[in-house]
Design a protein around this ligand. Sequence first.
Ligand code: CP3
Length: 355
Amino acid sequence: MSTPPATIDQPVKTLQNDLLLRALRKETVERPPVWMMRQAGRYLPDYLKLKAQYDFFTRVQTPELACAITLQPIDQVGVDAAIIFSDILVIPQAMGLEVLMEEGKGPSLPKVISCKQDIDDLVTDGAEQSLKYVYDALTLTKKELNGRVPLIGFAGAPWTILCYMIEGKGSKTWEKAKQFAYTQPLLAHQLLQKITDITISYLKLQAKAGADTVQVFDSWAGALSPADFKTYAQPYLLQIADALQGEVPVILFPKGSWYALKDLSNSSAAGLGIDWGIAPEFARELTGNRIVLQGNFDPAKLLAPIPDIKKAVKEMIDAFGVQNYIANLGHGITPNIPVDHARAFVDAVKEYRKS
Ligand code: CP3
């Protein structure tokens, strides 16, 4: 008999490993769950094989390929959650902007947003409908996971998406994006709101397609001062967290914006991702155990000798505590990390014992 397609109404199978979801609900766990940002792709040899065969957006837009890539770190590294293989830049694409991914160069957008007309021209009504391949990939992956671990969906935060829409490529300073915000704040807010509305619909559809939780990547939040973060990033992150309440738990990852942790801990988000620029104890002090913290191992430290990785992981968990905590990196894993070092990170979390 063939298996019926997985839908949210017919759960594939109850989760065998629901550590991540229990941690996000602040339930008592026997050890912290562990996953790694950007775990799907980049450093795994089997990913590199698929990368040699198919271009980036073919990998993203073909549910079978996206599913296969998503499963690789579950099988090969043993993480406690899968994150769907996709990209944050599918939102600008869905809104009508071309996005190119060139090897060694990163993403680029040939046509950027520079005036009101450009914002008016963006596709808004039903833009999220064109991302059916993401929902199909989630549903297929959920089925293939067969309850092994939870599945994480994701999107870029409005500020980070605005950065790419204005600059057209990565930047160290995001000066053009900031110039746009600081000289045309009304237009910036109009754009941020449009991105927010679509992102909310997009994440709701991801939940419906099988995502058990969603993470919002505000990768370039830390380029903003505390006051500008409050103006251009925080309100939109809060709107997203509020809108997803009652659907799936939301993890916000405002990279570099440690100064916002107190405010964000009073939001409807379930978890907050932090990078290695803040000590776990201070992050706890700012958030007062009101929210689950996720992070914050320096990905470059995965290049250290394995015994040193294991020691540092233990110290990290000692500092955060086992409860209300998700072990993770402080940013994405990089392509130069040996697989056995990534595995050592994961194993160290699984082997954690308080001494
Ligand atoms: O976490 C996962 O493994 C799921 C897949 C995922 C990708 N991108 C695949 C990808 C996720 C969660 C992202 C998010 C993403 N994309 C972010 C936020 C996270 C972060 O690291 O800050 C950002 C800023 C982007 C934009 C982007 N996409 C950049 C800057 C690049 C170029 C270089 C790189 O690897 O980051 C990409 C391309 C991209 N997205 C790759 C992968 C695996 C590498 C290209 C390739 O393998 O062909």
